[in-house]
Design a protein around this ligand. Structure first.
Ligand code: ADP
Ligand code: MG
Ligand code: ZN
Length: 728
């Protein structure tokens, strides 16, 4: 039986979602919930939690109720599910009475597979009564950390979920979250009364993200420099204050970037519009406070920049986690300066003592992270209690541009000894004082100035020793005492090391100066090898955008970037070949496939690409290179005559190429050229002609008596403009 169950699940995965493999624990999790067990899923953002309740809802008897905190998030998922051909609906305050009736009826008739419910709606008595009559397979609680006051976005209504589920029936629950701290985990289990749940915690390593810290010096120039390297890509820039958000968004617009601000102080409808524009790819960049984030399910965010230093590593990790959810490139860049840390410390000044101390510790972790020469990934994972032992992750600044290393065995030994000899009851600063032989009231009152280790490391300065101790901690020779903040204890590995020291390479911390220094001349950007056909990819993206606008859907609902990249690699030209693409199920092929297949066919023909099942040979790339060249030149507003001349082709041939580009779905802005050539009235008249014409044929336009004053060239140019504005 088991084998067939596997077949059924895999079959659905391919048929509906278009994926050929489960990721990580997805399959075990799905089986667990299908077997009626309470299930607790802890996976980082972007790991694929949704599928863990979406897929079983398709095979289970009865529908899945999904409790989700944000209406935007719900709508997004419902859109995506519907695009897959799955009947998903939501119940929330945005529906009219009639719509609610319709949804409820469909649920009662067993027509719906996934019902998304806002916690506010769940608590309404009429809804509880209604749900009692529905055949429900299980309940999913997404973003389950909202239950906990310790989580970063606590929602009081979430606390009532268990009580209400109990009223509806004896249902198994799957709770999902990306918050990893043990405290929140415990809170969730207690509140949902699922201490017996099977827990599935997966690694928090996001292998496709590149982590980088740069010293903040001329931050605005630095930011623009970075963004120039990421033109046209989606990204988020986090700032700490609303004022800064507005300022940076404005500065970016002035510099030709397509950016909007987002913070809690903006009108709700502006916030919503800015968010939608971002999702719909009408704008590239959101500059935001941390108010922007959860519920942003945009899979192709290519960079997350922290313009200001974040308040904690946990927050930093969640925010960077929004990059590269589709598994492709995600660049996480933080600008770091001591003065940011000082500023944040000042904000904490008026907090109650305990809270102030907690905030201080969090900030200290933050600056350790930034200044440390240790692999960023190793540090982040260490923070979440995960050991990362890969020597060089290859995707962080500290690994790609390693600092000089030195043999650290003797220093590490001293660090462990200092902790051990002082009774494993002290923190980093005290251990540094002991090693360096600093006589102060603490070292003296504990008698630590009498220890053999006292003063043995006075050749090196304070920062050196702080760094050594942190690296000793990062390598698990020391460990943090869970009950006493800041206290360092010797781990098992550390005890072993004392008996039998091994070689350990260390590096010095980054020295971030306060003064203004020369800018680094070279951009430190990881090399990115592209294997797909970028020109086709651009065309596919343009087509997707066109369809998305027409259907009023975010583009990624149609196909996601990895699918388009794959299409631009394997050139599928039949429905069958199309379903082979990852992320493309049969439902999607039927719904959206046709235009894409046609586009690819045309492209393959034009560029004389030979596609034979798996062997793909591009025999001629010249033609496509010319097109890219033209698009780039037009982007730079180069005179058309000049473009033709530089490529040694006639103006007519150039126009023909441009028409091609335009008809394949790429939007070209020729205003700079046509505005020079014609006066506004003339432009407007031709434009009006095409707007009302029955055909876009140039011959027909020439034959029209109203057009007798216009040349063929003018008509063709305006037709391009018209097509760009209306069809692309
Ligand atoms: P999470 O809720 O864990 O943050 P999502 O459920 O939004 O993540 O999924 C993130 C991305 O991973 C989505 O774009 C989704 O389509 C993709 N994904 C999920 N499962 C798979 C899989 N088995 N194979 C390939 N991609 C997947
Ligand atoms: Mg999710
Ligand atoms: Zn690394």
């Amino acid at each position: 039986m088991l084998a067939t169950e596997t077949d059924i699940l895999r079959g659905k995965l391919k048929e509906v979602f278009g994926f050929s493999q489960f990721r990580g624990n997805q399959e075990v999790i799905i089986r667990n919930i299908l077997n009626g067990n309470n299930t607790f899923v802890i996976m980082p953002t972007g790991a694929g939690k949704s599928l863990c309740y979406q897929l079983p809802s398709l095979v289970a008897d009865g529908l899945a109720v999904v409790i989700s905190p944000l209406i935007a998030l719900m709508k997004n998922q419902v859109d995506q599910m519907n695009a897959f051909g799955v009947n998903a609906q939501f119940l929330n305050s945005t529906l009219t009475k009639t719509e609610i009736k319709r949804v409820k009826k469909a649920c009662l008739n067993g027509e719906i597979q996934l019902l998304y419910v806002a916690p506010e709606s769940l608590t309404k008595p009429e809804n509880i009564e209604f749900l009692q009559n529905v055949n429900i397979a299980f309940v999913a609680v997404d973003e389950a950390h909202c239950i906990s006051e310790w989580g970063h976005d606590f929602r009081p209504e979430y606390r009532r979920i268990k009580e209400i589920i109990a009223q509806i029936g004896d249902l198994s629950i799957i709770a999902l979250t990306a918050t990893a701290t043990p405290k929140v985990q415990l809170d969730i289990q207690k509140n949902l009364n699922m201490e017996n749940a099977h827990i599935f915690k997966s690694s928090f390593n996001r292998t496709n993200l590149y982590y980088e810290v740069r010293q903040k010096k001329h931050a605005k120039q630095q930011l623009i420099g970075f963004l120039k390297g990421h033109k046209g890509k989606s990204g988020i820039i986090y700032c700490l204050s609303r004022k800064k958000v507005e300022e940076i968004a404005e500065m970016l617009n002035v510099n030709g970037f397509n950016a909007v601000p987002y913070h809690a102080g903006l009108d709700a409808h502006i916030r919503e519009k800015n968010q939608d524009d971002f999702l719909n790819e009408d704008i590239d960049i959101v500059v935001a406070t941390i108010a922007f984030g959860m519920g942003i399910d945009k899979p192709d965010v290519r960079f997350v920049v922290h313009y200001d230093v974040p308040k904690s590593l946990e927050g930093y990790y969640q925010e960077t986690g929004r990059a590269g959810r589709d598994g492709l490139e995600g660049h996480c860049l933080m600008f770091y300066s001591h003065s940011d840390i000082n500023k944040l410390e000042k904000f904490n000044k008026d907090k109650p003592v305990q809270e102030k101390e907690n905030s201080r510790v969090l900030l200290q972790e933050m600056s350790f992270y930034a200044e440390s020469p240790v692999c960023r990934r190793k540090q982040l994972l260490h923070y979440f209690g995960e050991e990362f032992t890969v020597e060089n992750c290859g995707a962080c600044d500290n690994c790609v541009y390693p600092k000089d290393r030195f043999e650290g065995q003797k220093y590490v030994k001293m660090a462990i000894e200092a902790a051990s000899l002082t009774g494993e009851r002290f923190g980093l600063n005290h251990l540094v004082d002991v090693i360096r032989g600093v006589a102060n009231q603490y070292t003296e009152s504990y008698g630590h100035n009498k220890l053999s280790i006292f003063g043995t490391g006075d050749d090196e300065d304070k920062d050196f020793w702080k760094s050594v101790i942190r690296q000793t901690l990062m390598n698990e020779y020391l460990e943090k005492d869970i009950d006493n903040i800041g206290v360092l204890k010797v781990s098992k590995k550390g005890k072993k090391f004392l008996k039998n020291p091994e070689s350990i390479m260390l590096a010095k911390d980054h020295e971030y100066t306060l003064g203004e220094e020369e800018e680094e001349s070279t951009e430190r950007v990881p090399v990115n090898v592209k294997s797909h056909d970028e020109e086709l990819f651009i065309l596919l993206k343009a087509l997707r955008k066109k369809m998305a606008d027409k259907m009023d859907l975010p583009p990624f609902v149609i196909f996601q970037d990895p699918s388009l990249e794959e299409m631009a690699t394997t050139y599928p030209t039949t429905e069958d070949e199309m379903t082979q693409i990852n992320g493309v199920g049969l439902g999607k092929v039927k719904k959206f496939g046709k235009d894409f297949i046609e586009l690819i066919k045309k492209y393959v023909d034009e560029n004389e690409i030979v596609t034979a099942s798996n062997v793909v040979v591009k025999s001629s790339v010249n033609k496509s290179k010319l097109k890219i060249f033209i698009i780039q030149q037009i982007d730079r507003k180069i005179d058309l005559d000049e473009i033709a001349e530089s490529k040694g082709i006639t103006f007519d041939a150039l126009l023909e190429e441009i028409e091609h580009i335009c008809y394949s779905g790429t939007r070209l802005n020729l205003d700079y050229y046509t505005d020079e050539l014609m006066d506004a009235d003339k432009e407007d008249e031709i434009f009006q002609y095409f707007l009302n014409a029955e055909t876009d044929s140039i011959q027909a336009a020439l034959n029209d008596p109203n057009n007798e004053d216009y040349s063929e060239e003018e008509l063709r140019l305006m037709r391009i403009k018209f097509m760009s504005e209306y069809a692309n």
